[in-house]
Design a protein around this ligand. Structure first.
Ligand code: NAD
Length: 481
């Protein structure tokens, strides 16, 4: 049985970060940290409970009394300190992402860098925001919403924490973070960064624990004013429902089934690799992954050949190797989920062009799957409608441009999309008709000031830059008679 060569010492994590200090967990449940490349146990984390969470909420409430009144300049300084502290640990954070969820280093490193830069992006966004507006005898000010609960998914946990924390701090909120329970190693490094950034006690608290325990306490506790969540639709719906009892403000960053429209004038030597990069982003475990590739029927045969050739640039293997494009799935559960969708695709009549069921050759240990491309897919098939969260691409043929747009929008999701074509004006026209929060033209790209978030079931609200800060603000008008 082949394995990816790995060695590490067993890690033990037993503390949370509350009121500016590392505090032993009151919760006693111990969870194993499993390395996805070989399914071995590489550590243990003690999970927090409601008591830990309430302590953290109280600390955040106390800190809000002061931090909520800081000036823009003071908050900008805090953001710069956070940027420096996270930037100093880029390599450690990358290593933790590679080890604990098998994120490939070629993805993990830039993602961590984006996380560090999120604090500078928030500083810029804060500069652009006018916090006071007056006319006549009326003055309108933007005020921090209060204590925010930040709940994150595992697939780029460090990035999500940085993005949410940056916006919250820029707005003047204090926070309690509940990272994914699958991300203890990344969280441990981030806690050291927070500590090094020397924030006032209680501004940023972190409790590691289960969603249904720590997450639910944040959602139900009246001491929390806002929840900013990244994760699945099912949990997002629950947060909205349960949060209603205390009228929580919510930002929900949820799933996707993103379309990539390849137009008939696309230059295939660039367009096909771009489409595959979007599909296999983060080993397919990305909310934004472009997992539906829409191809004009007239170019379908040509595109199939190009995909087979281009797949050579997407090797599967050891995520720590910078040449590797696709690592293992995060967990056995995720491995099984991907397998079940590949089986479902075959049962529903789609044809496997590349990949298929089972482990890739020589990678039978751990949670590696074969990157799989289906052709002959119709948009009503389960594999074209449901988020698989693995390296599985559906190629769907279309006749006219209008039909491509209709198929792209025929999804309950609307997070991200791509348009590939030579005529830029035409590509822009198509992009403007896609109901998704972000549409990229001709390649995966990012802009930290551009909003991020979803239409439809992909979420509620926006993150990034000025838009992300606004999500942590309330408006107050003072009127003189
Ligand atoms: P998940 O919904 O299972 O878990 C997300 C977080 O919610 C975890 O921290 C979990 O512990 C917590 N949680 C679970 N139950 C809870 C409850 N009852 N109350 C409060 N919190 C609870 O999602 P996941 O498997 O960690 O992540 C994968 C999903 O996240 C995918 O659907 C993916 O598309 C989505 N995602 C979206 C974005 C985005 O920006 N839109 C980014 C990354 C991932």
């Amino acid at each position: 049985m082949a394995t990816v060569a790995q060695q590490s010492t067993i890690r033990t994590i037993t503390t949370h970060y509350i009121d500016g200090a590392f505090v032993p967990s009151h919760g006693t449940e111990v969870m194993e940290i499993i390395r996805p490349t070989d399914a071995s146990v590489i550590g243990h984390v003690t999970l927090g409970d409601e008591v830990d969470t309430r302590l953290a909420i109280s600390a955040a409430r106390r800190a809000f009394a002061t931090f909520g009144r800081t000036t823009k300049d003071e908050r900008a300084q805090t953001l710069r300190r956070l940027h420096q502290a996270v930037s100093a640990r880029i390599d450690d954070l990358t290593a933790a992402m590679v080890e604990e969820y098998g994120g490939v280093v070629q993805f993990a490193k830039p993602i961590v860098q984006t996380g560090a830069n999120a604090f500078l992006a928030a500083e810029k966004g804060l500069e652009e925001l006018s916090m006071t507006e007056s006319w006549g005898k009326t003055t309108v000010t933007l005020e921090p919403v209060g204590v925010a609960g930040l709940i994150t998914a595992w697939n780029a946990n460090a990035l999500f924490i940085c993005l949410k924390l940056a916006s919250a701090v820029a707005a003047g909120c204090t926070v309690v973070i509940k990272p994914s329970e699958l991300s203890a190693l990344q969280t441990e490094v981030l806690l050291e960064c927070l500590n090094a950034a020397d924030l006032p006690n209680g501004v940023c608290n972190v409790v590691i624990g289960r969603g249904e325990v720590v997450g639910a306490e944040l959602v139900n506790n009246p001491g929390v004013d806002k929840i900013s969540f990244t994760g699945s639709v099912a949990v997002g719906e629950r947060i909205m429902r349960d949060g209603a009892a205390t009228l929580k403000r919510v930002t929900l960053e949820l799933g996707g089934k993103s379309p990539t429209i390849l137009l008939d004038d696309a230059a295939l030597d660039q367009a096909v690799p771009s489409a595959l990069i979007m599909a296999f982003l983060n080993s397919g475990q990305a909310c934004a992954a472009g997992t539906r590739l829409l191809v004009p029927n007239s170019r379908l045969e040509e595109v199939k050949g190009r995909i087979r050739d281009a797949m050579r640039a997407f090797p599967v293997g050891d995520p720590a190797d910078p040449r590797i494009a696709i690592g293992p799935m995060v967990s056995e559960k995720q491995y099984e989920r991907v397998q079940s969708y590949i089986r479902k695709g075959i049962e529903e009549g789609a044809q496997v062009l590349v990949g298929g069921e089972g482990h890739p050759e020589d990678l039978d240990a751990g949670f590696f799957v074969k990157p799989t491309v289906f052709v002959g897919v119709t948009n009503d098939m389960t594999i074209a409608q449901e988020e698989i969260f693995g390296p599985v691409l559906c190629v769907i043929g279309y006749g006219t441009e209008d039909e491509a747009i209709r198929i792209a929008n025929d999804s309950r999701y609307g997070l991200h999309a791509g348009v590939l074509g030579t005529d830029l004006q035409r590509a822009r026209r198509v992009a403007s008709q896609i109901r998704a929060g972000r549409v990229v033209i001709n390649n995966m790209t990012d802009d930290p000031q551009a909003p991020w978030g979803g239409f439809k079931y992909s979420g509620v609200g926006r993150e990034y830059g000025r838009y992300g800060i606004e999500a942590f603000l309330e408006t107050r008008a003072i009127l003189e008679s």
